[in-house]
Design a protein around this ligand. Structure first.
Ligand code: ADP
Ligand code: MG
Length: 698
């Protein structure tokens, strides 16, 4: 019996599921009835009661009941049908962009209407776009649900109704066969609800359940599931770490003197945080157990010199080192730094970039393959192609502040493949990131890594002076730009993601650049955005770096690691729409020189309370950890790390920000499982994660 076909068959045992639907469900990793049990609601709709119109809160979907007061077609940017609905407390607009003549005539003045939808602030009053609705000729009893309505993730060709029916079937027919993998004693010790009960309640919240808790995701039934899901991820990652530790890497002797020579010539003392992290790394690489260490440190905390320390230990022992940067520009900056440091020590730094002409590229590859090149610096892209090393001992990845598990794994296999001369050894790896992750979260997100933090900036840094002003005071900003440029310094103007599409963003930035150039004719303005080719972007950044551009208008493409010390003013438009960590990264582009730098956060009034709080935090603190913590609380880890790429953002029910307090319990349970029930680890991981997410067989 082959597992797969019997599973498919199992799914088709549900009524209404044929081969086609089974195939579509397979795309969202549902291949057996049990998977449906773990297809959990994304959220709930509360259709259990009527909300008075005056009590509606923007963003909170609610049921209202009222009388139709008017019906009108507007011809604005888009034609829309507007229905005004009133109850005793107030009135609201329903807005339809798509509507039929029939539909239009059904909205008779004076008729009663019950609707459900998400109210938003419109120009004059609250509006609900495309609500679910029912019209009644007379005042009648509203049609309400007894309990919360679960909203499930759907997929193309499998709508909400179908999914809901299938889940219901699975709950009725299959939940009895489900095994609670967590042993009884663990469940008791940590007060966890039995799995069957937790699933039942989550899929069909009883009428008397705590609605608020369910909507917030904090109900014990959801927490039980969230805990198990986070546990599964943690186990999957920690298992990878255990596998890796079984492989072998070169143990560096730490007996060379190059690092000491470099350190003595730097002209500054390492901060105590840098010293601590260097020690941690030295301990790692002195051992033949391959390390994968994440070095996180705020922008400007001095990660580069720490990387150099590690690199020199490898090179002194005759190994090669690879350093990867996310952009050509950063790679170029590293090349300059490392060439300057390593030439004096007699080591060859080889640059590997897309810009190299073919002949030079061939030469470069040759010096890498024959071992002449000690230190190889390039972009990720280049390392993904076939590069053969003579003797690669250490791989360093810079500014990978948005990398996910999959990328990590890809790099790891690269480490195996690149080194043709010692197939049984893998290089050590260091990953450097400027997004500080709060410790508790790092434990889960980075369970497959060792983590070091450079949590201190070099002395004497002047914090960037930050001001927050409304868009209405743009004039002041323009005159500030003129002053700064007159004094020979440079300015960034960032127009962030107002629109989802690259194209529209580019358009918005283009308009801003044009109008700034009109207002400031004497200033050299240039524009950079994501629609440009990498070579075009690099060319512009280079001119900015050389001082040939005064004012650089940009989308958020400049976020990563660019270093132009002469730039001392940054203006960020629509700052209220950006996450704190992103603002912090952007702001980190200025204040790299000796001049006092400033950052102007421009917002569109009016400012909501949350946004107000966020922007004032930016004004008050320069501490990346504080900022990351706040960002995590407000927007969740997806925002902090880049949504899809965390590898963990795909969780079904757990929310790493909301459920952080579960982490210590998860660690304890995981220890207990490893000690007393190691055979349960694979079943838990497989239950919660699809094949591709399990990272198990890599
Ligand atoms: P990041 O962590 O953002 O990569 P860098 O390594 O680029 O930071 O360092 C930022 C700047 O700080 C560099 O100009 C570097 O020379 C300087 N720097 C690094 N460590 C120290 C230190 N301990 N004291 C003074 N300056 C330092
Ligand atoms: Mg850096």
């Amino acid at each position: 019996m082959t597992g797969r076909s019997s599973e498919k068959h199992a799914l088709q045992s549900l009524s209404g599921v044929g081969p086609q639907l089974a195939e579509k469900l397979g795309r969202i990793n549902i291949s057996k009835p049990e998977d449906l049990l773990f297809h959990l609601p994304l959220r709930y709709q509360d259709k259990t009661h009527i909300t008075a119109i005056s009590d509606l809160v923007p963003g909170n979907s609610s049921v209202i009941m009222g009388q139709i007061q008017g019906c009108d077609i507007r011809f604005g940017k888009r034609r829309s049908l507007l229905i005004s609905v009133g109850d005793d407390s107030g009135s609201i607009l329903l807005r339809f962009f798509h509507f039929s003549r029939n539909q239009q005539s059904s909205f008779r003045e004076g008729a009663w209407i019950q609707c459900f939808g998400e109210p938003r602030r419109g120009t004059h009053s609250l509006e609900i776009a495309h609500p679910e609705y029912q019209i009644f000729s007379d005042q009648t009893k509203p049609l309400l649900e007894e309990s919360l309505t679960p909203v499930y993730p759907t997929t193309e060709g499998v709508g909400p109704t179908v999914i809901r029916k299938l889940v219901n079937q699975a709950v009725s027919n299959h939940i009895g066969h489900l095994i609670d993998i967590l042993p009884e004693n663990i469940r008791q010790e940590f007060g966890l609800m039995p799995l069957e009960q937790a699933l039942k309640m989550t899929h069909h919240p009883p009428a008397d359940a705590d609605t608020k808790a369910l909507v917030a995701g904090t109900h014990p039934c959801q927490q039980r599931l969230a805990l198990e899901e986070m546990l599964a991820h943690y186990l999957a990652l920690s298992r990878i770490k255990k596998y890796r530790k079984k492989e072998s890497a070169p143990a560096f002797s730490l007996s060379g003197t190059s690092w000491k020579t470099l350190k003595d010539s730097l002209g500054y003392q390492l901060t105590s945080a840098q010293r601590r992290v260097v020690d941690e790394i030295f301990k790692d690489i002195h051992s033949s157990v391959p390390v994968l260490r994440l070095v996180q440190g705020d922008v400007g905390s001095g990660k580069t010199v720490v990387a150099a320390a590690a690199a020199l230990q490898a090179i002194d022992d005759g190994y090669q080192v690879a350093l990867m940067a996310p952009t050509e520009l950063l790679a170029e900056q590293h090349r300059q730094t490392f060439t300057q440091w390593f030439d004096d020590l007699g080591f060859k730094t080889q640059w590997l970039t897309g810009k190299l002409p073919v002949a030079q590229r061939r030469m470069a590859l040759e010096t890498i393959a024959n071992g002449e090149a000690n230190m190889v610096i390039g972009t990720h892209a280049l390392f993904q192609q076939q590069v053969e090393f003579h003797k690669l001992g250490l791989m360093i990845v810079d500014e990978q502040h948005r990398f996910g598990v999959e990328q990590r794994l890809a790099l790891r296999s690269k480490g195996n493949a690149t080194d043709s001369h010692s197939a049984d050894q893998v290089p050590h790896q260091i990953i450097m990131s400027a997004t500080p992750i709060p410790r508790s979260l790092a434990m889960i997100l980075y369970a497959d890594l060792d983590v070091s933090s450079i949590d201190e900036l070099p002395p004497g840094r002047k914090p960037v002076r930050t001001v927050v002003i409304p868009d209405t005071r743009r004039e002041e900003v323009t005159s500030r730009i003129r002053d700064i440029c007159d004094s020979g310094q440079q300015v960034y103007w960032v127009c962030p993601l107002v629109e989802e599409s690259d194209k529209l963003q580019a358009q918005a930035a283009t308009q801003t650049a044009t109008s700034l150039q009109q207002q400031l004719p004497e200033i050299r303005v240039a524009l950079i955005h994501g629609k440009l080719k990498p070579s075009q972007k690099d060319a512009i950044m280079e001119r900015f770096n050389e001082g040939e551009i005064d004012l650089l208008v940009a989308t958020t493409v400049i976020e990563v690691g660019v270093n132009v010390p002469n730039a001392s003013l940054m203006i960020i438009e629509n700052a209220e729409r950006l996450g704190l960590s992103q603002l912090h990264q952007l702001r980190g582009r200025v204040g790299r020189g000796s001049d006092q730098a400033s950052c102007v956060l421009v917002y569109q009034p009016p400012l909501g309370n949350l946004a107000k709080e966020r922007l004032s935090l930016m004004r008050e603190t320069d501490d990346g950890f504080k900022i990351a913590q706040k960002d995590l609380e407000q927007r969740g880890p997806g925002e902090l790390l880049g949504t899809r790429q965390t590898g963990l953002a795909q969780m079904k029910i757990a929310d790493l920000a909301r459920d952080r307090q579960l982490i210590p319990t998860i660690e304890k349970i995981s220890q207990e499982l490893y000690q007393h029930h190691p055979e349960l680890i694979t079943p838990i991981v497989s239950r919660w994660m699809s094949q591709s997410e399990q990272y198990a067989n890599v």
